[in-house]
Design a protein around this ligand. Structure first.
Ligand code: GLN
Length: 381
């Protein structure tokens, strides 16, 4: 058969590649972002209760009401906006489905979508699947800041969407509120929409506050906020996330969502809803919990040859290896895996045209013992 690939340039994701290699070599996996500690016991017990109670049939397409109610309360508490339960919140199969359903429902063939490279690896394939054209704006190392003049210059009558990610994966930067204002000002004369991937919203450090599209009156009118319980509940394998958007945008997202995944695992949604009801302070503790992990990891590396700027957000830390070698990041990641037995993620696969990069991404959502063992190995490089 002559199969004409729609995504001929897309291989297996770097997260899967590095995780498989870590497994083969028995290395410590600080590559793919997931905790090596478990989800809360109470959350697991609630799931078991709902399964035993027979909540095993389809959930409503938009998500169970109990969970949408908790999401609305949470967004109200965090960002001062309580979205409408029925018309603005959709529970999705992780943030990845939220992004895919939003992009496919909002982007028409030939329309342009602005992405900032390094861009999370699911964005461009979603745009291409929709027939859209990714327009890649690079973030330059070492600071990886958005150059808003480049954004201004990239806007055309075909611009349909801008995709932002704060805190940023993989480079751990955050977009401050005043830069959201700049984006709003740039988009004011256009019909472009914004998808804001905020799955690390609560992992933000050193006293900073997360600036969400949900609290931005002007951007929210054209925006989709994407969030993840995988991150906040330490349960990446549950694959439960959500999209928040004004009713006219939500209507379009649901047109795709209902035929993409239809609805999300029913007992998982009920367990998360009950857990949030019982432990409303859960999210508030995440910042301090992860900042302690970041600081512990960096403290353990103080005698290493790496240098760094502490992550502003996310549960990843970039380590600069320019004092060790002039190898490419991909080659050095391979060496760290083979010689030190620690898997990490290079950054260049997230660019269409990568600059010279001398940093690797390490996940610190790990038990202290894992961080200690990994740091000991990294100090030998
Ligand atoms: N979000 C995870 C990370 O950044 C990866 C998830 C995946 O493997 N697709 O590491």
């Amino acid at each position: 058969m002559n199969i004409r690939s729609k995504l001929p340039h897309i291989g297996t994701t770097i997260f899967t590649v590095m995780t498989n290699r870590a497994r083969e070599l028995g290395a410590i996996n600080l590559a793919q972002g997931f905790p090596d500690y478990d989800a809360p016991t109470r959350l697991k017990d609630l799931l078991a209760l709902h399964v035993a109670a027979g909540q095993n049939q389809y959930a409503p397409m938009i998500g169970v009401a109990e969970l949408r109610e908790q999401i609305a309360l949470k967004l109200g508490a965090s960002y001062g906006r309580v979205p409408n339960l029925d018309s603005e919140i959709t529970v999705t199969l992780g943030a990845t489905e939220a992004i895919f359903s939003a992009v496919v429902s909002l982007v028409h063939p030939g329309e342009e979508v602005i992405l900032f490279d390094p861009s999370y690896d699911s964005y461009a394939p979603a745009v291409i699947s929709a027939g859209g054209r990714p327009i890649h704006i690079p973030l330059d190392p070492p600071k990886f800041q958005i150059d808003w003049d480049r954004v201004r210059a990239a806007i055309t009558p075909r611009t349909r969407l801008v995709m932002i990610n704060t805190p940023h994966n993989p480079v751990t930067t955050v977009i401050p509120r005043k830069e959201l204002d700049i984006l709003a000002e740039i988009l004011r004369p256009t019909d472009a929409l914004v998808i804001s991937d905020e799955v690390y919203e609560h992992m933000i450090y050193d006293g900073a506050r997360h600036a969400s599209i949900v609290e931005h009156p002007e951007l929210y009118e054209r925006g989709v906020g994407v969030f993840s319980f995988g991150k906040t509940m330490h349960a990446t394998g549950w694959r439960v996330g959500y999209a928040v958007a004004p009713p006219d945008i939500t209507r379009e997202i649901r047109r795709v969502h209902q035929f993409n995944t239809f609805s999300i695992a029913h007992p998982l949604q009920l367990a998360i809803a009950d857990f949030l009801k019982e432990v409303p302070e859960h999210n508030a503790g995440l910042g301090a919990f992860y900042q302690a992990k970041r600081d512990r990891f960096l403290e353990l590396l103080r005698n290493s040859s790496f240098s760094w700027t502490p992550a502003a957000g996310s549960y990843f830390q970039l380590l600069d290896f320019s004092a060790i070698t002039r190898q490419s990041d991909v080659d050095f990641a391979d060496r760290v895996l083979r010689e030190a037995g620690v898997a990490s993620i290079p950054i260049s696969p997230f660019y269409v045209s990568p600059p010279k990069l001398s940093v690797l991404r390490f996940c610190f959502a790990k038990n202290d013992s894992t961080l200690e063992e990994a740091a000991e190995r990294l100090c030998k490089l």
